[in-house]
Design a protein around this ligand. Structure first.
Ligand SMILES: *Cc1c(COP(=O)(O)O)cnc(C)c1O
Length: 430
């Protein structure tokens, strides 16, 4: 495949946009080469600026769970756009999507809409601090909660890929209020909590990690966090920006039956438009302005086009709940197919999978936390794999620290094509 036009567009972009991209993970820094510029997308396919068709396993980093340009979402956005694009006043649509979200997700009474996952997590932490009157937070190494200061303390994903685990610009003062724990290690979290008695407002966690590749929680880990939070009056925040409305209609709370105190959303909830949200029981949400003293606001929050897209997406998912099992089955099929062709090589590998999230790590040992994910990402195997797959028309995330997302528009023929590509490429992974 040729990428001449993409490369030319990238050169032009670099002159006026830092690094040529508006979010660093889009650049190919971790794998080398120039990023691909998209022209349009439909269903499971991307069409790039050079006219190549690619099978997409990123799906806009998660939102397009039903495939690109879903007719219901398109129709909703187009018809609302004709009424106006922003009012800065309440609309009935906001209550409709809020009611549907509250119906689909366990343990929440009220939800506040924002414009990104970053905003949702940042606001959830402020709410937890305001509610508990405590200042420290615990996060896990390798979990990503957006790019706000409190979280850029050895964060995963982009920051790791770019080798700046502590971003310049984040102050020491902020850093000292974020305590870092090891994912899947309840003893480590317990030690941190006990060393910071009555000081921890919340523990924020990706209940299924997706920003160091896909790393499901070990049995008992989330239950352990729940018990620890209950024992110490700490709020448990599930960051379900990636997993919400993807792993089950009610997210990981429903899938693994563990209750969080505050839940954050993004990605799928906006149907491809910029939407984030955070939600909790009424008692906690009552602390939020204008009902309570914890301030949080947004000029474009609850934007009608974004709410229309999100409402259409959640409605489609709520009405077609078999999508979640169909996605799981497709992901399992892909897993088995790739495992078979990789087993035939001498290259050690690990595949992690849950629901429609999957990642391939070229590692001899299981990948269960940030340390093991980082160890698996050393060496050139992933780079070779990425570029090999791309040559075969398969677009996976350009970093070993990212999960792949399946969308329901993928057919079994697409999955077979992916497995055949994987077989070809695996032979080049000496
Ligand atoms: C993507 C992501 C975020 C950040 O969301 P943005 O919309 O990119 O700001 C936060 N948490 C998790 C788990 C994510 O995957």
């Amino acid at each position: 495949m040729l990428y001449q036009r993409s490369s030319a567009l990238f050169a032009a972009a670099k002159k006026v946009i830092p690094g040529g991209v508006n979010s660093p993970v889009r650049a190919f820094t971790a794998v080398g080469g120039d990023p691909i510029f998209v022209e349009k997308a439909k269903g499971a396919y991307l069409y790039d600026a050079d006219g190549n068709q690619l099978i997409d396993y990123i799906n806009s980093w998660g939102p397009m769970i039903l495939g690109h340009a879903h007719p219901d979402v398109l129709e909703a956005v187009i018809s609302y756009a004709k009424k106006g694009t922003s009012f800065g006043m309440p609309t009935e649509l906001e209550t409709k999507i809020a009611s549907l979200a509250v119906e689909m997700v366990p343990n929440i009474d009220k939800i506040r809409f924002v414009n990104s996952g970053t905003e949702a997590c940042m606001s959830a932490v402020r709410l937890a601090r305001g509610y508990t009157g405590r200042e420290k937070i615990i996060k896990f190494a390798g979990c990503y909660h957006g790019h706000s200061d409190s979280f850029l303390i050895q964060a995963g994903s982009g920051a790791v890929t770019f080798g700046t685990p502590n971003s310049p610009g984040v102050t020491q003062g902020t850093a000292q209020d974020t305590l870092l724990a090891r994912y899947n290690d309840i003893d480590h979290v317990t030690t941190i909590v006990e060393a910071n008695k009555d000081a921890v407002a919340c523990i924020i966690v990706e209940p299924v990690a997706g920003n160091m590749g896909c790393i499901p929680p070990k049995e008992g880990f989330l239950e352990g966090l729940r018990a620890l939070c209950d024992a110490h009056d700490i709020l448990l925040i599930f960051d379900e920006v990636m997993t919400g409305f993807r792993l089950a209609p009610g997210g990981v709370q429903e899938l693994l039956n563990v209750r969080a105190d505050i839940v954050t959303f993004g990605k799928v909830i906006g149907g491809g438009l910029p939407v984030g949200a955070f939600a909790a029981k009424a008692e906690i949400m009552g602390h939020l302005a204008p009902e309570g003293p914890v301030y949080q606001a947004g000029t474009l929050s609850g934007n009608p086009l974004a709410m229309a897209a999100g409402f259409a997406m959640l409605t489609a998912l709520n009405n077609e709940r078999e999508v979640f099992s169909s996605l799981s089955q497709k992901t399992e099929y892909l897993h088995k197919g790739m495992a078979k062709v990789l087993d035939a090589t001498s290259r050690p590998y690990t595949i992690n999978r849950i629901g429609s999230m999957i990642s391939v790590h070229f590692s001899e040992t299981p990948v269960t936390d940030f340390e093991t994910a980082a160890k698996a990402a050393t060496g050139d195997a992933f780079k070779t794999f990425f570029h090999g797959m791309l040559k075969e028309g398969i677009y996976i995330a350009p970093s070993a620290f990212e999960t792949w997302f399946l969308c329901d528009a993928l057919t079994y023929d697409d999955l077979d094509a992916t497995i055949v590509a994987c077989e070809k490429v695996s032979k080049t992974l000496a």
